[in-house]
Ligand binder design. Structure first.
Ligand code: PHB
Length: 392
């Protein structure tokens, strides 16, 4: 570890040690949440959705829980992990937050993990999806998803539905590698063949040169993982290169068919089949209410990132209720373990062993209803745990 990193950790540890006596009476009445999100840069749509959802939840449920006032301090890390680390450090040491939350991409969630451990501050991961994240600190709890949860299921679905040859296009960083690994494992075990494999950079990807290779490989379908926010651009280039006309269907985890972008993708998206944890079209009372409230407040359809944020803030509220307002990290994490509730996405819980989310995965197809595009769910896999845990 670098000297600088050690110094940072030292400062956090010192702050945590004196924390008990340094908190004023005023601080004891307030629970502070440091919300670190990409509000600018390539991942800004993730940050905006989560910020929107947290604000909506607090408007609906008030800003007081178990006698404590909840205060959210929003910081923009622009999805740059060095920023995430510095901001987490400042929030913990200077603002004395009780919880850090958000984390738009995996490297950001990783960057904050040692600080969460040192300071014993819960890190609520609302967006990032690489399996190993929750193993980076005993203070991490996740309300988003893992790529393994959906990529295993779409791999099996592809085999069962007569897809024999697949070309893959995945974003070249940890969650993309998880998506690829789990898909490949399930698809090839069932007899499927990978005919082309390309990885695209996370930042500002130009898909065009890769799409030509995809077209030339003549697969039955292409498996795509790009992070939330990039699906619109991907589908535009997919259509421009005529891949829709050549009958190469898009399959994958649902990130590429993100609900907040779907309607602008046009008919090229029709028929895309993805496995995912949330569809804005999910038919439940909870989702109808959530969708209506979010659309009313922001004049936009929420995507799965919004739901990760909505559930993340709910988890914090529910944990505070359970501890009677006790806001030290150990009490909060203990309260969060095993928590179950009905989310707009369906029933979910926090696995008490892994602190990761357990949730339904739905297979969905893009269809047009009343002139609008929706991910219409047609098959449900219940209570799916992350398949990627290395520890028991
Ligand atoms: C991640 O960086 O873990 C991540 C980001 C966006 C997604 C999925 C995973 O849509």
């Amino acid at each position: 570890m670098s000297i600088r990193a050690n110094m940072l950790l030292g400062a956090v540890a010192a702050a945590a040690l004196v924390g008990g006596s340094a908190f004023s009476a005023h601080a004891a009445d307030t629970v502070k949440i440091g919300l670190i999100l990409p509000m600018t840069g390539g991942q800004a749509s993730t940050g905006k959705q989560i910020d929107n959802a947290v604000k909506l939840y607090m408007k609906q449920h008030g800003d007081t829980v178990a006698g404590k006032k909840v205060e959210v301090i929003l910081k923009d890390d622009a999805a740059v992990p060095d920023n995430t680390k510095r901001l987490a450090q400042e929030l913990i040491v200077n603002d004395k937050v009780n919880i850090i939350a958000g984390f738009g991409i995996t490297p950001a969630a990783f960057a904050a993990a040692p600080l969460a451990t040192q300071a014993k501050v819960p890190e609520v991961v609302m967006a990032a999806g690489t399996s190993i994240i929750t193993e980076k600190s005993p203070y991490i709890v996740r309300t988003s998803f893992t790529l393994g949860q959906s990529s295993t299921i779409i791999g099996d679905w592809a085999v069962k539905n007569g897809i024999k040859k697949v070309a893959t296009l995945t974003s070249d960083y940890a969650p993309g590698n998880d998506a690829l690994k789990f898909f490949k494992e399930h698809f090839t075990k069932g007899g499927g063949q990978i005919v082309e494999e390309v990885k695209v950079p996370l930042a500002n990807p130009d898909f065009a040169p890769f799409l030509q290779r995809m077209k030339d490989a003549k697969p039955d379908a292409m498996f795509v993982f790009v992070p939330a926010g990039q699906g619109g651009n991907f589908m535009k280039q997919y259509a421009e290169r005529g891949l829709d006309k050549s009958g190469i269907k898009v399959i994958g985890p649902g990130d590429v068919m993100d609900d907040d972008l779907l309607n602008n993708m046009g008919d090229a998206a029709l028929g895309a089949v993805t496995a995912h944890i949330y569809s804005a079209d999910h038919q439940s009372k909870e989702n109808k209410e959530f969708l209506a409230a979010y659309e009313k407040a922001y004049n936009q359809r929420p995507g799965f990132m919004a739901v990760g944020g909505y559930d993340g803030i709910h988890l914090i509220y529910a944990a505070l209720q359970k501890t009677g307002g006790k806001a030290d990290g150990d009490s909060l994490i203990a309260a969060m373990k095993g928590m179950k509730w009905e989310s707009p996405r369906g029933p979910i819980s926090i696995d008490p062993e892994t602190r990761d989310i357990v949730q339904n995965v739905y297979i969905r197809k893009v269809e047009k209803k009343n002139g609008q595009l929706w991910n219409v769910e047609f098959e449900t896999f219940k209570d799916v745990k992350d398949p990627g845990k290395t520890k028991k």
